[in-house]
Design a binder for this molecule. Structure first.
Ligand code: PLP
Length: 351
């Protein structure tokens, strides 16, 4: 640390992304990326003509992308806001709606408390229940902005739309943000509630279910008024936040519904097969509606399992937080990758 850093950031703990090793070829099941390539339509869209246009700034309103999203979700364009990853959308939410503080689950996306630090927002982390589910009563009449990942990460457990609605309805004077990064793998989306509530922000991403983590694309679906607030943040920070190639790539991906259904369907099928295999081996497997499984081996600790998988060339995610230290989070990879993962796991468990 230099002597120049703002005193406010001297004790800040930044977010630790899952590793992206360059030195050896791993089976990468640690950052919830898609094992499948982007839609073929994306490859057509990012062509030479588009690359030549890179000398020009991107459309600050990203209209091509906003239109494709609005069309897909049946909302007005004024209800859509796009960002450089959904992380950026969440950052704008903290900037815009952080005055009275945020409340979020204690075991959830690791970025939530980091953003609180970054933006000087009071972040209140509420414990999950013993079975790792969210107690919706903890989020009613919160008196502050509510932020919930649904399905939650790293547990994979989801709330129903009517449970989310209870939270939204009980907080009419506060914003409720539902982070639906994993909703396309089996959760129930809250987008349908937008016509009824003006305090709801639904955040989604192209990183997981649309196979475009590297394009850095996220979006919010919300009321026109809240979208205007978020855009105010964007235009006070980085008006060209989504680059030209990502705008065309995102629009093409959003328009290829068949490919999206195929990829998410395959991942769900592989997830169920893997979950069954692990339970048969004596693992605790939380019920997942996401593209990962949160699992606890019956015969060894989480640290040991993580380390031994790594030695075998398989990367998963592990946290040292004592409440989840015996679990690892396994991203659902391709059919072949998961066969290899299951085979290695069986050998590790049976010795
Ligand atoms: C992956 C993830 C994000 C961030 O996604 P990007 O769009 O890649 O920034 C947000 N929230 C949750 C819960 C995630 O798991």
């Amino acid at each position: 640390m230099s002597r120049f850093l703002h005193s406010r950031y001297q004790n800040m703990e930044p977010y630790t992304p899952g590793e992206q090793p360059q030195e050896r070829k791993y089976i990468k099941l640690n950052t919830n990326e898609s094992p499948y390539a982007p839609s073929p339509r994306v490859l057509e869209a990012i062509n030479r003509t588009e690359a030549e246009q890179l000398r020009l700034y991107s459309d600050p309103e990203a209209r091509a992308l906003v239109n494709a999203i609005a069309h897909r979700y049946g909302v007005d364009r004024s209800q859509v806001m796009v960002g450089n990853g959904s992380d950026e959308i969440l950052a704008f939410c903290y900037m815009a709606f952080g005055e009275r503080g945020f409340r979020y689950p204690q075991i959830s996306y690791g970025f939530y408390p980091v953003f609180a630090e970054t933006f000087g927002v009071d972040g209140q982390a509420v414990a999950l229940k013993e079975d790792f589910t969210i107690d919706i009563d903890d989020y009613k009449n919160a008196g502050r902005t509510v932020l919930i990942a649904n399905p939650n990460a790293p547990t994979g457990i989801c709330l129903s739309r009517s449970q989310v609605e209870e939270i939204v309805a009980s907080n009419p004077d506060d914003v409720v943000i539902v982070d639906e990064a994993y909703v396309d793998f089996g959760g129930e989306s809250s987008v349908g509630l937008l016509s009824k509530y003006d305090n709801l922000v639904v955040v989604q991403t192209f990183s997981k279910s649309r196979n475009l983590a590297g394009a850095r694309l996220g979006f919010a679906l919300t009321s026109p008024e809240l979208a205007e607030d978020l855009n105010k943040m964007k235009f006070s920070f980085n008006p060209y936040n989504v680059n030209r190639l990502s705008i065309v790539a995102g629009a093409a991906a959003m328009e290829d519904e068949a490919y999206f259904q195929e990829c998410t369907g395959r991942i769900r099928k592989t997830r169920e097969k893997t979950a069954q295999f692990l339970s048969d081996l004596g693992f605790t497997v939380l019920p997942s509606s996401a593209n990962f499984l949160f699992v606890k081996p019956g015969t060894m600790g989480g640290t040991e399992y993580f380390t031994r998988l790594r030695e075998e060339g398989i990367l998963v995610r592990h946290w040292s937080d004592p409440r989840i230290v015996d679990f690892v989070r396994v991203t659902i990879g391709s059919e072949e990758e998961m066969e290899r993962f299951c085979m290695v796991t069986k050998i590790l468990v049976e010795g």
